[in-house]
Design a protein around this ligand. Structure first.
Ligand code: GLA
Length: 401
């Protein structure tokens, strides 16, 4: 956690308008405004819920949270992106409503419970959300909201939360309160982010470290197809369930394994006849992606960016053929991006079924990537993808004002 200066902070322009909106709604200045990043994952696709390693980084786009404590035991939650305001007594049962506000409400609920367990009375708060993170694009707007809320409220309520406690509050909100079967990658990626680095998170034991990226020589681009699939959550849950069904069969041949990540290639080969075809393909993706992610990390640590990029592109092929979470718009962008000179690799990021492609490229190749992919995509689909270049930024931070 740190304090960013307004000039360094790309989200500052909208922080100023968020402060104005806050004054308009509440007749008072916000006590603080926080920036919480979104994330992209570069390697380790669909490995977090299989106990494997992942390599995400925070991006310099995200959620803004403006807040002010209240003394009357009431809370409000509102956003510049959605209509309406949730207003309630903090002592009453939380008004869960199947809306976006369930995410911050779940975090507030968890932190109020912590306050009470420390013998401190419930306090009230006004929360207003803004920012520039596209929703449903696979850039983890939900983790950005939850982690940012946990960090901001921890400070406001004088709860000294470690990064790990912030992650726990975010997971409690997403899994326990909203009821999403999410893995651990997203809140870790947001809370543990370090500028100029990828996070290496081993989801088997939640150990993590940072792997530096040489930002003098490489850029990270995110290409948004603008395709949003309504059934993405159902399809995601189906993949989670298929992986666990495959593991139930495979563990009979390798009893020491505790998760799909532990399964060896030889075990998978022996089990092919025992697994239904989709389950064999899902397991093959996981087993190969675990190996690729270790190789990618070693390549990056050895300064071999091209080797890292090659693993990203190979990951996409497996996500398309074995895991079946790609769509033709994503395939087109990966194909087009990887044909641009200076692009080291590209793949879909997030769960898939639409959303974004992440590409790793040499600095200086950004313009050609924009032109080539923009034109090829528009020619086929009739609309242009958004193509943004990001710096891997730090985790949630209070904005200086
Ligand atoms: C979604 C989930 C993550 C992870 C990815 C796939 O983004 O929220 O936890 O499982 O899909 O890698």
């Amino acid at each position: 956690m740190g304090t960013a200066s307004p000039r360094d902070e790309p989200a500052f322009a909208s922080a100023t308008s968020l402060a104005e909106e806050f004054r308009r709604r509440h007749g008072a200045e916000p006590e603080s405004i926080w920036f919480s990043p979104g994330r992209v994952n570069t390697m380790g696709a669909h490995l977090d819920y299989n106990g494997g390693p992942v390599m995400p980084c925070a991006i310099d786009r995200g959620t803004l949270v403006a807040l002010r404590r209240r003394a009357d035991g009431r809370a409000t939650i509102a956003s510049t992106s959605f209509e309406g305001e949730l207003s309630f007594e903090v002592r009453a049962p939380p008004p869960r409503g199947g809306r976006w506000s369930d995410y911050p409400l779940g975090v507030l609920h968890a932190l109020l419970a912590r306050l009470r367990s420390e013998g401190r009375g419930p306090s009230g708060v006004d929360l207003l959300y803004g920012g520039d993170l596209p929703i449903g694009a696979g850039l983890s707007s939900s983790a950005s909201i939850c982690v940012g809320t946990a960090r901001a409220l921890s400070e406001a309520f004088e709860l000294e939360s470690s990064d790990l406690q912030v992650v726990e509050a975010a997971l409690l909100a997403e899994r326990g309160f909203v009821g999403v079967r999410c893995g651990i990658m997203d809140p870790y990626a947001v809370a543990m982010a370090r500028p100029g680095a990828l996070l290496w998170l081993d989801c088997k034991d939640a150990s993590w470290t940072s792997v530096p990226l040489d930002l003098e020589s490489v850029s990270i681009a995110v290409l948004d197809t603008h395709v949003r699939r309504e059934l993405a959550q159902v399809a995601f849950n189906e993949r989670v369930q298929q992986c666990s069904a495959a593991f139930e069969v495979l563990r009979t041949l390798q009893p020491a394994a505790t998760c799909l990540r532990d399964i060896e290639r030889a075990t998978l080969e022996r089990a092919r006849a025992l697994l239904e075809p989709p389950l064999a393909s899902r397991a093959a993706h996981v087993v190969e992606e675990v190996a690729r992610t270790f190789e990618a990390r070693d390549a990056l640590l050895a300064g071999d960016v091209a080797g890292f990029g090659a693993r990203m592109t190979a990951a996409h092929a497996s996500l398309r053929a074995n895991f079946e979470v790609s769509v033709r718009e994503l395939d087109l962008l990966v194909e087009c991006a990887t044909s641009v000179p200076g692009v080291h690799g590209a793949r879909l990021t997030g769960a898939g079924f639409g959303g974004c492609v992440v590409a790793l490229l040499a600095r200086g190749a950004e313009q050609e990537l924009r032109e080539a992919c923009g034109a090829a995509f528009a020619g086929l689909h009739g609309w242009r993808p958004s193509i943004e270049v990001y710096r891997p930024g730090g985790g949630p931070r209070r904005l200086a004002r």
